[in-house]
Ligand binder design. Sequence first.
Ligand code: 13P
Length: 256
Amino acid sequence: MALRPYIVGNWKMNGNRAMLAEARAIDRGAQRYRSVQVALAPPFPLLALLHDEVSAIGVGAQDCHAAAKGAHTGDVSAPMLDDIGADFVIVGHSERRRDHGETDAIVRAKAEAALAVDLGVIICVGETLEQRDAGHAEAVVEAQVDASLPCGEGAAAAVAIGNLSVAYEPVWAIGTGRVAAVEDVINMHAAIRARLVAMFGDAGGKVRILYGGSVNGENASVLMEAPGVGGALVGGASLTADAFLPIVAAAAADED
Ligand code: 13P
């Protein structure tokens, strides 16, 4: 059975306690679209607070450390996220790869740490503008998929129950208002799908591949209808219910 479309709001380093009202409004709105799986990833200080305010949507973190505990000042582990009720974690976002020097190997280790405590994992991949202009976009993303995704039995089990998703986020489309051409999204999602099937067999055919990069209420329908697109990872347009819920509605309409 195909998994529901997955619409995830990544609040990045935005938000304060006053914004929990937006999360409540998103939660209320999401209850009208049960055919869509909706989730928010707020910054760490809001995670437990937001978790206690919502019931219909998932709540996750934007990162975790690969180790379960120890001397890693400022970091947060996957078991800690699990302990406060988080459902999932995003790993390998391009902003973390850029700002914190995260390599594919680090991203894989984080993903495996999250799967070890049964958190859902969203693994981000995507090429830079220079890489796309040089004609290397698919090769770059395929290599990221091969080296960033978890492997081993834990990974196969997570894939089988829909706990692993991949987000294709072209770096040049993030926060720029410049959304990727639908044809390029379709082609890249097909390339990622081929890698997933090579890694996980038939089960890899069901992994949700989300698109991220300047998704908003206007462009969401076209993107959600595109073959191979299993949802969206949304930044700026996830910060208010007014901006986010039309994206959820677009994903629901595609299900009808
Ligand atoms: P924007 O939707 O703001 O472009 O951000 C996309 C993103 O990076 C989500 O993780």
